[in-house]
Write a protein that binds this ligand. Structure first.
Ligand SMILES: C[S@@+](CC[C@H](N)C(=O)[O-])C[C@H]1O[C@@H](n2cnc3c(N)ncnc32)[C@H](O)[C@@H]1O
Length: 206
């Protein structure tokens, strides 16, 4: 079975006793806080965190006083253990357990576009990562934004799909161009490349 179709891999990982949003926020606070800065700044009503894992982003947002009321903050993952922990640490989120690649729940979601999508440290584990990214972009509102985060350096991982995506590489740049996407902001924090990407309108303006 391919690791990307294998929530069991992530369930096992998230069962480890030192894995919780608070510890991850301490270890990788720089990158997660940057993502949260962008979420705060953009004041979106409908937010989707694809491959949210154990919900580190929603945990930090809650700690920083983000107002979840009157918003849809949806966390999607195919790991039930991940979602359970995410919900435990931030009760405000709505959770969807589904594979983003193939699921009728996703078709349902496609009819309800999002203002902001977060996809951090997920594409590295997906075989058809550009197809996955395109699917996410298709779920954006006309002026929606998407945050992609990638690891720039190799780390220890026994997931056979783990790869390093170089954001400067031609195929990723082509994908942005063809999908009318423009990088509004990007940065490197520790081992992460983070980018806030906006859909251009028909005239090409942000
Ligand atoms: C390295 S973790 C990152 C978690 C979180 N985004 C973060 O930055 O803390 C990758 C996550 O992607 C999820 N994932 C991978 N492929 C997926 C798919 N096809 N559908 C839904 N979730 C997926 C895994 O279950 C895992 O929780």
């Amino acid at each position: 079975m391919k690791a990307e179709n294998c929530p069991e891999y992530w369930n096992e990982k998230f069962k480890q006793k030192n894995i919780n949003p608070s510890n991850l926020a301490k270890d990788y606070g720089g990158a997660y806080n940057k993502i949260c800065d962008w979420v705060f700044k953009n004041k979106h009503n409908r937010v989707l965190d694809i491959g949210c894992g154990i919900g580190v982003v929603s945990f930090i947002l809650k700690k920083r006083g983000f107002s979840f009321q009157n918003r849809d903050f949806v966390c999607l993952d195919f790991s039930e253990i991940g979602l359970k922990i995410a919900k435990e640490y931030c009760n405000w989120i709505k959770t969807i357990q589904a594979s983003f690649c193939s699921n009728e729940k996703i078709i349902e979601l496609e009819n309800h576009k999002f203002d902001l999508i977060i996809c951090h440290n997920v594409l590295e584990f997906v075989e058809d990562y550009l197809g996955f990214a395109q699917k996410a972009v298709n779920m954006l509102n006309d002026k929606g934004k998407i945050i992609f985060g990638f690891q720039l350096r190799k780390t220890r991982s026994n997931n056979p799909l783990k790869r390093i995506i170089d954001p400067k590489m031609k195929e990723f740049q082509e994908f942005l161009k063809q999908s009318n996407l423009i990088v509004e902001n990007d940065c490197v924090i520790e081992k992460w490349y983070l980018s806030l990407i906006t859909k251009m309108d028909k005239e090409g303006a942000l």
